[in-house]
Design a binder for this molecule. Structure first.
Ligand SMILES: NC(=O)c1ccc[n+]([C@@H]2O[C@H](COP(=O)([O-])OP(=O)(O)OC[C@H]3O[C@@H](n4cnc5c(N)ncnc54)[C@H](O)[C@@H]3O)[C@@H](O)[C@H]2O)c1
Length: 390
């Protein structure tokens, strides 16, 4: 008999006997935590995709999921995305996400969120939460009253506040890098730029663009929002569907994900797509390839909208807005590096970005498994956060 332990090979296909574990292996997740407290109506799932680079950070989303499967699929997909976003941004953070199953308009109660806070606390810093879709400052404060592992808290409470200005600045930097790549100059003067959505990120982005004298178009499903932004920035308002058919230099989706899809891609007439929305490509592989074949340069969304997570990461070191902006400006160089890598390997930009993120995770993973006594006392991986807040 051998003295060595034989490690079974990693199974990557569907696992009929253990489908949930099969999902974890397939997406390479570390852990899923199901949180149940029927007395207070809490049904939540926390997914930790990776902690190779640091504690898994990602927001909590409250949504009226139609089924358990839908909620699990969402939390697995979103937490994986956070790992890539943190990794490509050079942050010492892993990827995680949480979902609370319920109607955000009718089901919220203080005990529900405080119970959820206690489950997060039990993970002792492996997962750091933040505000996401369906959540407001009020519920984040309830969670915060039970655990310190909450990020993106209001400035008045010592946190980093609204991340939108930093996100928008990063998107602007990524857009300029794309201009540099596409046209040999990063000046946007005179370019025709269409912004989809007139929300927080779009508003800050439009202000940067106005200062460069671009020809701006803006749309929103709420016409009034588009008009307000247009009035401030001199933009022209267009209809929600019209934005896909306009003759533009840059299309900047800042509303929803999945807007580059089978229905829209054929209508797009632009050189660059660079926006703040997450998951702009409906199908990363298929539409990444299609854009490339059509000669449309795609600035990967999770790279250029990483200002938000960069902002939060700064909070852990003692928040400094100037420093956060300075770090977000590095998105320019990161984006250029991705374009270069895509050219070198003859692949779509989204694939280039994924590969570079994976390279960093694998390389740092080989370093962090060397025991160092310092790592327990270095105030990183959540301890930094505890020190500042306790
Ligand atoms: N806020 C951040 O710091 C941040 C960070 C990273 C990513 N993002 C992503 O950026 C996007 C915008 O975020 P935000 O904070 O500005 O949100 P927001 O809610 O302030 O703005 C979104 C706007 O899009 C509009 N909209 C929705 N569907 C639309 C459609 N089909 N056509 C036109 N307009 C539509 C909404 O009416 C709203 O005005 C989201 O996808 C978000 O996930 C935001």
């Amino acid at each position: 008999m051998s003295d060595f332990i034989v490690i079974p090979e990693k199974k990557t296909g569907p696992d009929k006997q253990f489908p949930l574990f099969g999902e974890l292996v397939h997406h390479e997740h570390e852990q899923i935590v199901f949180c149940s407290r029927p007395e207070v109506g809490l049904k939540a799932i926390i997914a930790i995709h990776s902690t190779t680079l640091g504690p898994a950070l990602g927001g909590v989303r409250m949504w009226n999921y139609k089924s358990e499967k839908e909620a699990i699929t969402d939390v697995l997909r979103l937490s994986r995305g956070m790992t890539y976003k943190a990794a490509i941004s050079g942050l010492n953070l892993g990827g995680g996400k949480a979902v609370i199953i319920g109607d955000p308009h009718t089901d919220k109660t203080e005990p529900m969120f405080r119970a959820f806070g206690r489950f997060i606390d039990g993970l002792a810093g492996r997962y750091l939460t933040a505000e996401d879709v369906g959540m407001t400052e009020r519920e984040m404060e309830w969670i915060y009253s039970e655990t310190k592992y909450v990020t993106g808290i209001p400035k008045a409470m010592g946190g980093s506040g609204d991340p939108s200005p930093v996100t928008a600045y990063g998107v602007y930097m990524g857009m300029k890098a794309a201009a540099q790549k596409a046209w040999g100059s990063d000046s946007l003067e005179g370019k025709r730029i269409g912004i989809q959505g007139a929300g927080s990120v779009a508003t800050y982005l439009a202000r940067h663009l106005r200062n460069e004298n671009v020809k701006l178009y803006v749309t929103d499903i709420f016409d009034q929002k588009a008009r307000t932004l247009a009035r401030e920035t001199g933009a022209e308002v267009v209809g929600p569907d019209e934005i896909y058919t306009l003759n533009l230099d840059i299309l900047s989706p800042c509303a929803l994900g999945g807007v580059v899809n089978d229905d829209t891609i054929g209508h797009l007439s632009c050189d660059i797509i660079a926006g703040g929305a997450n998951n702009i490509l409906d199908d990363e592989k298929k539409h990444g390839n299609m854009l490339r074949n059509r000669g449309i340069l795609f600035a990967p969304d999770y790279v250029i909208n990483a200002g938000g997570i960069i902002n939060i990461a700064s909070e852990m070191e003692g928040y400094n807005e100037k420093l956060a902006m300075e770090k977000a400006s590095r998105i320019y160089d990161t984006t250029l590096r991705i374009f270069e890598f895509a050219d070198e390997h003859d692949i779509p930009t989204i694939e280039a970005s994924n590969r570079l993120a994976e390279e960093r995770i694998n390389a740092i993973g080989k370093v962090s498994n060397i025991y160092s006594s310092k790592s327990h006392f270095s105030y990183r991986k959540g301890e930094m956060y505890m020190r500042n807040r306790s």
